[in-house]
Design a protein around this ligand. Structure first.
Ligand code: F6P
Length: 322
């Protein structure tokens, strides 16, 4: 099986980009180890703090953030980082040509129940003379990402990665610490009968999403004329991994539960990197009204509605929003 560096170099990635990805993966291997140690590593449970998103921070959120932040800022490749767990961007090497946005531990409510969690990252490029202290360097459309990926800490530790030449899946071989290529050309099936949504928010959704899900639930006696299955892992990495592996639709739509916070998922740390992975595998990623990777970000912690997955089914969902 092929190791990650030669695969990326053959794709034409620069040595610096390959080294940067390997740097991120070095932190992810450490996170993978800590996650797998569970209670033995003494990092289960919450801290007494809230992050910038107003969410209680888990000890593993803080640890994962610190590991990624330290290794990236020391690497020399990175001009600045933006993390879901940090209020502001953090400057690195003023001469670095890359910036990295990341969610250090997505799905962290799953930590204490020994269920799926993962790290999501997005790599963008900036001019050499850009100011490392300027947060606006992160306000790039998803289309400008040079690489995106996630590492899923599950029964095996897996990396889904794209550098714009398709999506690949690698599996961490823990016997010698390398990510080995296990699926070369990921293709999300065009059609599906599986969807993922937190249905407890149903009464707060827009009419378009209410109608779409009602038609799926009506099954073979409803307008769709077939039965659909539902899954919800409560960690976007887990749900998107299922979509990449066997198709499906994943959505976290707008809701009116808290009028000040109509969306849950973050554009820079979650929606954009997942949209790139899914599109590079032949799927579709939209807010319901526009392509996710076309959005001009206005601030680093911006949130968006997300509908992504199998092309035909996402397009059917979008037709309800038209
Ligand atoms: O980032 C937030 C997140 O944990 C996603 O990974 C996940 O898809 C979603 O929130 C779960 O939301 P809920 O708690 O509503 O099920």
């Amino acid at each position: 099986m092929r190791r990650l560096p030669p695969v990326l170099l053959e794709d034409g990635c620069s040595h610096d980009l390959v080294s940067l990805i390997r740097t991120i993966l070095a932190a992810c291997k450490e996170i993978s180890f800590r996650v797998s140690q569970g209670a033995l590593s003494g990092v289960l449970g919450s801290t007494l703090d809230e992050n910038i998103q107003g969410e209680t921070q888990k000890k593993l959120d803080v640890l994962s953030n610190q590991l990624l932040k330290d290794i990236l800022l020391e690497s020399g490749y990175v001009k600045a980082i933006a993390s879901e767990e940090e209020p502001d961007t953090v400057a690195g090497n003023p001469d670095g040509q890359y910036i990295v946005a990341f969610d250090p531990l997505d799905g962290s409510s799953n930590i204490d129940i020994n269920s799926l969690v993962g790290t999501i990252f997005s790599i963008m490029q900036v001019p050499k003379d850009a100011d490392a202290n300027d947060p606006n360097i992160f306000l790039q459309k998803g289309d400008q990402q040079v690489a995106a990926g996630y590492v899923l800490y599950g029964p095996s530790t897996m990396l889904a990665l794209t550098t714009g030449k398709g999506t690949r899946i690698f599996t961490l071989d823990k016997t010698h610490g390398s990510f080995l290529l296990t699926t070369d050309f990921v293709q999300v099936p065009k059609t599906t009968r599986e969807f993922a949504i937190n249905a407890s928010n149903q009464r707060h959704w827009e009419p378009a999403m209410k109608n779409y899900i009602a038609d799926l639930l009506a099954g073979e006696t409803g307008p769709r004329g077939e039965n659909f299955n539902m899954r919800w892992i409560a960690a976007m990495v887990g749900d998107v991994h299922r979509v990449l592996t066997r198709g499906g639709v994943f959505t976290y739509p707008a809701d009116t539960k808290n009028p000040e916070k109509p969306y849950k998922l973050r554009l820079l740390y979650e929606a954009n990197p997942m949209a790139m992975l899914v599109e590079q595998a032949g799927g579709v990623a939209s807010t319901g009204y526009e392509r996710i990777m076309d959005i001009e970000p206005e601030q680093i912690h911006q949130r968006v509605a997300v509908i992504l997955g199998s092309k035909d089914e996402v397009e059917t969902c979008l037709s309800y929003h038209a």
